[in-house]
Design a protein around this ligand. Structure first.
Ligand code: ATP
Ligand code: MG
Length: 396
């Protein structure tokens, strides 16, 4: 036997490493995001505000000079800067005299059903959370009433929205698990919190969500899980009047949480990083999903949905192998692949490092061309999804 190695118990080593890592991460976070740090949405230049609203900047200036609507902040040089709240107030004002109803408040009208968009793929790192966060924020800035749900125990979407599970969700509760548990579920409203972005609410996540994966098999064995896959759908039905769109960020696994999100979804977005290994694992993901959905359909569930799309993420147009895969996917799946693709950009990953989306950081934080390229790509993706939502409601 080789005596040069001291024997160590693997569990002890792993525990030690976990503790080191946790404490390092904790102190890093303390310095970058003190527990009492409040996140804010940045202000928008008058040009950005006009583009978001779909009007001319000169019209916004006229409204301001006529004393109509909110008062933007005036910076030296008389530049007008609008907060996200100002933009929402302008939407309400402009909608009153809109040429077509919904020009400024594009959300649901009588008879339109709430859209529930599940962002999924069991491949880790395929861009689910980045996609969910930017989609939810863009839709909220565009005037939709949005609920973002973090269904991933890793809680990245939660952290991106300034909620730190360790500090802000004391005694573990406060996630969607409270509302979907089998014994004594809480009203979903008790776990919904406002964010610093008007129109955007959040249900945070944390490790407690794992509980659903653990207790569902037990509940199924005891015959009291009911239609477990409808837990999320039932919880959402309690707030059906309050939102236009719900965006659900799923965990990178095909467990009971993801299945429940899939059963609640009216729209499904599968994120794909166009590389061979990812595409191979996606084939597995699709087959397993289909198998599981067959089982659910057999127990009487309605598997119809409004739309399902693939979104290419972290795409590098200059990368030849990626382009081959993109062409291959587009040929195979046709219109099911969104035309817009999320480009890989250091602006997006750098913003993520400081727990921000690209919508939250100032343009001046990056080289202009880098920022513009990234934001154009994100807007194109999110606005194409916005069009799908409108189409579902019978509008073009
Ligand atoms: N378009 C992009 N450009 C550059 N970096 C990106 C882009 N999209 C995502 N990333 C980075 O890639 C990493 C993984 O992205 P993300 O967390 O969105 O994936 P995920 O599918 O949610 O992962 P998980 O499966 O672990 O939940 C993150 O560090 C993120 O900042
Ligand atoms: Mg994620």
């Amino acid at each position: 036997m080789n005596k040069t190695f001291a024997h160590e118990d693997l569990n002890a080593v792993i525990r030690q490493h976990s503790e080191w890592l946790a404490s390092q991460l904790h102190s890093q976070r303390e310095s970058m995001f003190p527990p009492d740090a409040e996140k804010n949405m940045r202000k928008f230049t008058s040009g950005e505000a006009a583009t978001l609203l779909g009007v001319n900047d000169s019209y916004l200036r006229k409204l301001h000079l006529d004393g109509k609507g909110p008062s933007p902040e005036l910076t030296p040089g008389n530049r007008r800067h609008y907060s996200a709240e100002n933009i929402q107030e302008l939407r309400v004002l402009l909608e009153k005299t809109a040429r077509n109803p919904g020009d400024y408040l594009p959300g649901r009208r009588d008879g339109d059903h709430m859209q529930v968009i599940g962002v999924m793929n069991f491949k880790g790192g395929s861009g689910k959370t980045t996609t969910s966060a930017h989609l939810a924020q863009r839709l909220a800035l565009k005037g939709y009433r949005v609920l973002a749900i973090d269904l991933d125990p890793q809680a990245s979407l939660t952290a991106l929205h300034g909620v730190q599970p360790e500090f802000d969700l004391r005694d573990g509760g406060g996630t969607l698990y409270d509302a979907i548990r089998y014994d004594d579920p809480a009203p979903i409203k008790s776990v919904i919190r406002k964010t610093y972005i008007p129109n955007l609410d959040l249900v945070p996540g944390n490790l407690e969500l794992m509980e659903f994966e653990h207790v569902t098999p037990r509940a199924l064995a005891q015959g009291n899980a009911g239609l477990f896959f409808f837990r999320v759908k039932e919880a959402l039905s309690q707030v059906d009047d309050d939102y236009d769109v719900v965006v659900v960020d799923c965990p990178p696994q095909l467990g009971f949480l993801t299945m429940s999100a899939l059963s609640a979804a009216t729209g499904v977005l599968v994120t794909i990083h166009p590389e061979m290994l990812d595409v191979m694992s996606m084939s597995q993901f699709l087959r397993m999903t289909a198998d599981l959905m067959d089982v659910i359909a057999e127990s009487g569930a309605d598997m119809s949905h409004d739309w399902m799309r693939y979104l290419l993420t972290r795409y590098e147009p200059a990368d030849a192998p990626q382009n081959r895969i993109v062409a291959f996917l587009r040929t195979m799946y046709g219109e099911k692949v969104l035309n817009a693709q999320m480009l890989k950009s250091t602006a997006i990953s750098d913003a993520g490092l400081t727990k921000q989306t690209l919508y939250e950081v100032e343009r001046s934080a990056f080289t202009r061309s880098t920022y513009d390229r990234a934001i154009e790509s994100l807007n194109a993706v999110n606005d194409e999804i916005g069009q799908l939502i409108q189409k579902t409601w019978g509008r073009s």
